[in-house]
Write a protein that binds this ligand. Structure first.
Ligand code: ZN
Length: 569
């Protein structure tokens, strides 16, 4: 392909709305263009990358026994009402009505559709297991779509659903997908980690996320180098703190102190000269129509996922400060668990804290020498905080470390959540009716492309991993007016593309500097430069995008050299 003919309009300026590197570079290098918030067109170079990702995914899904189907994007409300998710899904679902005023959704996911499909046509254990997948656009009406392809409102997903006879069958399907996913990200040359994840609103029990490692990743991961335990921070359990023998302090009398203007944990630390470890903070939430308070140690971060799972609520929002003052008659900064007019849920660490300080549920006052049990009794005591670096590993007790990643794949054991709700059953060996045991397995295709850029770039542009690069190689003749340079460039081009390699030739009448800049920005992994000096010695320059130095290679050896590099990456 000639550079002059490729439709990849590059930008000199970084668009101001682009906050993260992948968004900036994909726009600048002419891979994507925005149509509306969170909705993008994929230009030719991007679509080549997406097709490569899809091909790898398809090959591995087929190899694991998956069969590809294509289901409708438009989904009738009745199916979602049957599963009970039409109400639960909330504003994230794009909803529409047809001319007969019937309600539909633009599919954010396909459990309802596939369960209905299988229920209609699969009736016997003999037809199981069944693994069906599709690659298709999905829709989610994000409140604030941002970060380019990372959190779009329309995005490309691969979703596979497994149907099994029993739990053992599900275990096997799950294992096959786990292995297929690992191969997929290895084949793309992406650095990734598999972590234990929270299965959240989708239900079910076991769940893993596949994370592409990137310092800009939105997900915090805790991991253990000793035993390979890794988990999303949302999921990572904090082990119950051990009471250290008889060293509990004696409970002192409860004391109310005047603390005007003291609102935050930092304020309390400064005004009373105490460490955060002796303070308890109260966070107030609006959970399915009522206020609940979560109490955790002053220096800890509340884990909203854990709280939400504990409450089993559909909606958990941090409460509005003004409303709290009006309804409870106390400002957020002075809330506390003693005498609270809301249900109190305590993190397990609070149980081992003696004589702590907290808000007095009265503006301008705090309580000192508070003790759980004597002064208040929470609804529940549970693990409610985020794990942090240095916490003991829940498996082997070594110290945990933290890193960041981007979630690109997620696998879930659903069990019978959908098959029971939607009465999807089969007849087992003994003629008994049983619900299908299901699993679901997703990969964000367009998100994987963005994650690959987040992980692989430098100040000059993208560095595509070879297996998913739009083209593998670019040939840059320094001066397109020199016939001998162009002749050699075309001759190498013919040889390499004749072997099936994807090659660009930069035939533009531009300065060499401009051509190099564009090649770097676009991220083509290999570059062959043909200049006058090298030509005198019958040599060309080879440069790997991810290395700084260039190597001179004799013209007659160039094809072999390129093949040798390609076989290594
Ligand atoms: Zn460990």
């Amino acid at each position: 392909m000639k550079s002059s003919e490729i439709f990849n309009p590059t930008l000199r300026e970084v668009p101001s709305e682009a906050e993260i590197v992948s968004h900036q570079l994909l726009l600048r290098a002419g891979f994507i263009r925005k149509n509306s918030g969170g909705v993008y067109s994929y230009l030719p170079l991007a679509f080549r990358v997406l097709k490569k990702i899809m091909n790898i995914v398809r090959e591995e899904m087929d190899r694991a026994g998956g069969q590809e189907v294509l289901m409708p994007i438009i989904q009738p409300a009745e199916l979602w009402q049957e599963s009970g998710r039409w109400e639960v899904y909330g504003d994230e679902m794009f909803r529409l009505k047809d001319r007969h005023k019937r309600s539909f959704a633009l599919g954010p996911t396909h459990e309802e559709i596939i369960t209905t499909l299988v229920k209609q046509d699969v009736h016997s254990y003999r037809d199981l297991p069944l693994l069906l997948y599709q690659i298709q656009n999905k829709y989610r009406d994000e409140i604030r779509p941002r970060f380019g392809l990372m959190r779009g409102r329309e995005f490309i997903m691969k979703d596979l659903y497994s149907f099994d006879i029993d739990e053992d069958g599900l275990d096997l399907s799950y294992k096959k997908m786990y292995e297929a996913y690992s191969r997929i990200f290895e084949r793309m040359n992406l650095k990734y980690r598999v972590v234990e994840a929270d299965s959240g609103a989708i239900g079910g029990n076991e769940s893993h996320e596949f994370m592409v490692m990137a310092s800009s990743g939105e997900a915090e991961i805790v991991y253990c180098d000793k035993c390979h335990y890794a988990a999303n921070v949302e999921k990572a359990q904090c082990p119950a703190p051990e009471p250290d023998g008889a060293k509990r302090a004696e409970a002192r009398p409860l004391e109310k102190i005047h603390t005007p203007g003291v609102r935050t944990v930092e304020d309390v630390m400064h005004s009373l000269a105490v460490p955060a470890e002796s303070i308890v903070k109260t966070l107030i939430y609006w959970a399915d129509g009522e206020y609940v308070g979560a109490v955790i140690r002053g220096d800890r971060e509340l884990n909203e996922v854990k709280l939400k799972n504990l409450l089993g609520c559909n909606e958990l929002l941090i409460a509005d400060e003004n409303q709290v003052s009006q309804v409870l008659g106390v400002s957020v900064g002075s809330l506390g668990p003693v005498g609270a007019e809301f249900k109190v849920y305590a993190d397990q660490e609070i149980e081992l804290m003696d004589n702590f300080i907290c808000g007095a549920n009265e503006d301008g006052y705090h309580l000192m020498n508070v003790n759980l049990g004597r002064d208040f009794v929470p609804e529940t005591i549970a693990d409610l905080r985020n794990a942090i670096k240095g916490d003991p590993c829940p498996v082997c007790s070594a110290e945990l470390d933290t890193t960041r990643g981007i979630e690109v794949g997620h696998i879930f054991k659903l069990g019978t959540k959908y098959s029971e709700a939607m009465k999807a059953t089969f007849l087992d060996k003994n003629g008994q009716e049983r619900p299908f045991i299901m699993g679901c397995y997703g990969i964000g295709i367009s998100r994987t492309m963005a994650a690959a850029v987040e992980q692989n770039h430098d100040e000059n542009g993208i560095i595509w991993p070879l297996p998913i690069a739009p083209y593998q190689l670019i040939i840059v003749p320094i001066n397109t007016k020199k016939t001998e340079q162009m002749d050699l460039a075309w001759s190498i081009y013919e040889q390499l593309s004749g072997q099936g390699l994807e090659v660009i030739i930069d035939d533009r009448d531009e300065r060499a500097g401009v051509k190099f800049k564009d090649a770097d920005l676009t991220g083509i992994p290999l570059r062959i430069t043909i200049g006058p000096k090298a030509l005198q010695e019958n040599k060309v320059e080879v440069k790997k995008r991810w290395e700084n130095e260039t190597v001179l290679i004799a013209v007659e050896d160039i094809v072999e050299e390129i093949n040798s590099i390609l076989s290594q990456y």
